[in-house]
Structure formats: C-alpha cells, structure tokens
Design a binder for this molecule. Structure first.
Ligand SMILES: [Zn+2]
Length: 122
C-alpha cells in the first residue's frame, strides 16, 4: 500500500468509526469531537463534552494492514481510552477487554480480522 493510500485509509477509518458512533464515546456516552479536528460532530451535536479518539480494539501490530477497519475501531474519550489501553497490561477491568469493546459495536475479533485482510487488496 502506498504512503498516500495509507493516509487515506487512516482518515476513512477515523471518520467511519466516529460517524457510526455518532461522535459519542461508546463506553460512557459523552458527546465529543475528533481530537484531530474537523466539524463532523456538528451533524450530531453542537455541544461537546470531550475529545474522541478512534481506538484500535486489537492493536495495529496484531491485525493485517494495521486493522484500519471500522469493525476494529471504537470511539473513546480520553478517560475510557486510557482504561482500554491499560487493560492490555493489567487485564483488570473486563468491561474494557477487547471482547467487551467489540460487543459494544456489534463486531468481534474474527470479523475485524477478516475485514482487515480485505484492506490488502487496495
Ligand atoms: Zn468515555
């Protein structure tokens, strides 16, 4: 995949995840905006309570083509993002495990892996 195509795929991933989640954190429900900018959130709400990231449920390294597919992404605020990243080290709070996050977006590891493989044909 060319460098240009990679940046297109990354931007498309981010937008698809935020749009699907209506620019709200999928765990705590707060309304937000893309921390990298843009006004996509205005279609859903004017007032924002937080910045959002599109979190990779399974890390880039473990997924084909970096896992930049909406089936592997979830909108999270800073607080929830920190907990989701911390899960990999502590495995403490199961509500932030990959399985729990996939369930929140109606996806699963197998589907995310399959869709990630398909990115390879680009
Ligand atoms: Zn949150």
């Amino acid at each position: 995949m060319s460098k240009h195509l990679k940046s297109v795929v990354r931007a498309a991933f981010r937008k698809a995840v935020f749009e699907r989640d209506h620019y709200c954190c999928k765990v705590c429900g707060r309304s937000g905006k893309d921390r990298q900018g843009g006004d996509g959130h205005l279609r859903y709400h004017r007032e924002t309570e937080c910045d959002l990231d599109s979190h990779h449920i399974q890390s880039r390294a473990e997924m084909a083509n970096g896992g930049y597919v909406e089936e592997n992404g979830i909108s999270l605020c800073d607080d929830c993002h920190i907990k989701a990243e911390a899960w990999f080290a502590s495995k403490d709070d199961e509500s932030f495990s990959p399985e729990a996050l996939y369930a929140l977006i109606g996806s699963n590891r197998e589907l995310a892996a399959k869709m990630s493989e398909r990115l390879g044909v680009l």
